[in-house]
Ligand binder design. Structure first.
Ligand SMILES: CCC[C@H](NC(=O)CCC(=O)O)C(=O)O
Ligand SMILES: NC(=O)OP(=O)(O)O
Length: 317
């Protein structure tokens, strides 16, 4: 595998999950693959889980790791070609990317949607420049429209905990004070649509995700009806996608907060969230602390999803 930016890069998902569970049970068995190889992780945005789990995965594989927080210490970067650079940005991405490519064998990039231009975001303008100009294999650590390392970990977690062959999985919007990217819900939907689960997406009107991600999911505007009989509840906030409200918060209605009363409508469902989570906005304290909450094992599986991706990239070098 050269690059990892979406669900299709992994091929057969059942095989990928099987490989993940094998790696999970013997994660130090592949140190030869990463010997004398360097991973560079480039963050345009904050991170805890991705930063730590991906570095741990690389170390499991015997890799060296370099981490760059672009907005702390590096030169401010111009991303637009053709701009006269007489402002506060000393360096262009078109030099910085190939230079960074000189110092590593594999590149991970985190670059969230900027909500300045829907086309720039949905054409993955930043991530694709790394793919085009770095000369290295590139994987997404959450880009503008997807978070595939998270979604792979989410799938592993559901497969580990499902009590039926075809569980009902519900992706629910929940309120948040800021305008958050659509990357996590887009990616979750893209991956779950590749399974044979029953898949429902529930959100207030105006929060419809892009059709290419919704796919065959059933969209339900009544959250309680969506929760009925669910086996997994995956909560996440996202900003509006549809014009004219792209990138905007159009609701902070806490009637959508996931609480025990709503979880009682489900089939004793597990609760999932990618973290970080705004407690008592997205989910009540008692739900995220309940025995049905999988948020910690879900986060632990980020080490495994990253290790499978890095292992496949190293095997293709
Ligand atoms: C893995 C999630 C990363 C990011 N989350 C945030 O930006 C949360 C920021 C906040 O709650 O202030 C998101 O929603 O895409
Ligand atoms: N879930 C996730 O990617 O967390 P971070 O933003 O902390 O990396």
């Amino acid at each position: 595998m050269r690059h990892f930016t979406n669900v299709h890069d992994l091929g057969d998902l059942k095989a990928a999950v099987k490989e993940a569970l094998e790696v999970k049970s013997n994660r130090f068995a592949y140190k030869h693959l990463g010997q004398d190889k360097t991973l560079m992780m480039i963050f345009f945005n904050s991170s805890l889980r991705t930063r730590l789990s991906t570095q741990k995965a690389a170390m499991n594989l015997g890799m060296n790791v370099i981490v760059l927080d672009v907005n702390q210490g590096a030169w401010k970067l111009e991303t637009e070609r053709g701009v006269v650079m007489d402002g506060d940005k000393p360096e262009h991405l078109l030099e910085a990317i190939p230079v960074m490519g000189c110092y590593c064998d594999v590149i991970g990039v985190r670059s969230f949607a900027r909500f300045e231009s829907k086309s720039d975001d949905y054409e993955e303008k930043i991530l694709n420049q790394f793919i085009r100009y770095s000369g290295r294999p590139v994987f997404s650590m959450e880009a503008a429209t997807r978070h595939p390392l998270q979604s792979f970990a989410d799938l592993i977690t559901i497969e580990e905990h499902k009590k039926t062959e075809h569980p009902k999985v519900v992706l629910t919007w929940a309120p948040h004070p800021k305008a958050l990217p659509q990357a996590v819900p887009n990616s979750f939907a893209e991956w779950i649509n590749q399974t044979d689960y029953e898949f429902v997406i529930t959100h207030p009107e105006g929060y419809e995700l892009a059709p290419q991600f919704v796919g065959n999911a059933h969209v339900e505007y009544d959250q309680r009806r969506a929760f009925e009989g669910a086996d997994f509840i995956y909560a996440k906030n996202w900003a509006a996608y549809a014009d004219p409200h792209y990138g905007q918060v159009i609701s902070t209605d806490r009637a959508w907060t996931v609480d025990s009363e709503k979880m009682a409508l489900t089939n004793n469902a597990f609760f999932m969230h990618c973290l970080p989570v705004r407690r008592n906005m997205i989910v009540s304290d008692d739900v995220i602390e309940s025995p049905q909450s999988l948020v910690i094992p879900e986060a632990a599986n980020r080490e495994i999803s990253a290790q499978v991706v890095l292992k496949r990239i190293l095997e293709s070098l």
